[in-house]
Structures are given as C-alpha cells and as structure tokens.
Design a binder for this molecule. Sequence first.
Ligand code: 6PG
Length: 246
Amino acid sequence: MNIEVLADPDAVARRAARTLVSVVTRARAGGRSASIALSGGSTPKRLFRLLAGSFRDRIDWESLDVFFGDERCVPADHEDSNYRSARETLLSRVPIPEERVHRMQAGGEDSDVERGAASYEETLRRLLPKREGGVPILDLVWLGMGDDGHTASLFPGTRALDVTDRWVVVNEVPQLAARRMTLTFPVLNAARWVQFLVTGRSKARVAGEIFRAAAPGTMYPAARVLPPQGRLDWLLDREAAAELGS
Ligand code: 6PG
C-alpha cells in the first residue's frame, strides 16, 4: 500500500491523471486497450476537468474502456447521476468512442435496476480479462471515500459489504434512504491498480483511524479494498492527511 500526501487537491488530481497516462500507454504497448472504473461524488470532478484539459492529448482515448464504480438510482440526466457528472466534466470533452463508455443502467424501476446490475456484470464479464474464479480485472479503479469510510456505494452496515459471488449489486443504503448500484469488493480487489483520491478536512478523522489502526482499520469499507495482486495508492491532500500522525 502506497500512501502519498500531496499539497492540495490539484496535486492529487495531477498525480491521478499521470497514472491514467501510464496505464493506457502500458496497455497499448501490450497491444490492448485499458479499462478504468471512475468514482463518483465531487472529488474526481477536478481530475476529470484536468483530463479533459491539459491531459487531453496525452491519453489515447480510443484505447480506453470507461466503467463506473457505482451509480445512484436516478436517470442518467439527473443532477445526482455519476454518469452525468463524468459526461459533463470529461466524457463529452474527449474523443472517447461512445461504445467505450459503459454506463450503469441504474435509473429505472426496481426490477429494471436489478436487471441493470446483472447486465453490467455481463458487460464486465464480456469485456474484461478474469482472475482465477472469473472475477473481472480492471486496469485502474479510482475510488473516493466518504466521511463515514464508505467507498463506491459500499456503505457501513449494508448488505453489499458481504457479497462475494456477484460483481455488481443493487445496495440498499438506509443512511441515504436510497438504493445504489455498486461494484463489490471482489471486483475492486481484483484490479491491477486502485487509487483512492481523498481530499478535505472532513475525511481526516476516518483516514487517520484507518492508517493508525494496528490492522489497517478493517471496520471501514474503504479499508477493505486491498487488491492482493494489484497496486493500492491512497492519494491524500494535506487536509485529509491531517490526522495520520507521525
Ligand atoms: C458516490 C461515490 C462515493 C464517493 C464518496 C466521496 O457515488 O458518491 O462513489 O463513494 O466517492 O462519497 O464523495 P466526495 O468525493 O463527494 O467527498
């Protein structure tokens, strides 16, 4: 596990953007395209704008498949949609082929959302290489962390935390009185490279508890992302790292 404390959110975004450049370059050198799962929420917006700006021409967008780590159960044009946010700040501003953007169909009625999760799982299975046991392998997963230690839509105390035989599920989140669609730990932990992007003082307490704990604080969902065959980076700005201690 690699913990990097960077000066500010812009430095975190630049570090993550450079990772994507190297992941796509390395995949292309191996004669294949790369795959990434984008995180939702507000933290990655700065990164997405950077990728669509000064990094736009450093990435071969035609060699990248974009997936999502989770999605709110709202229509794709809803203001809370992670897809809409990524489309507005990044995907509509770079030359990525439409067929390489894989949106989670999470905005329908109950039965549709369950079907959407199964369909997304099939998409992962169809497009990605597999680990032993068939778990799809993403080249890069960007994750955020909530101030309760959740990541993707794996919230404390929710049923999705215990899923080991599915890669995509609909998760009831009582804390939000909402359902979310989310990748599960097996997929996150099968990735070749996971990067947490965590900024702001509101994340400092939980980040401190995770990294001060004797066993990396497994009580928080974010602390349970430990890809055994992949690289794990925690990219924090100084504010989020304020309680990491010496
Ligand atoms: C989501 C994200 C979620 C997010 C954290 C942090 O859909 O909201 O996937 O896991 O990364 O809640 O959100 P912020 O970046 O807004 O603090």
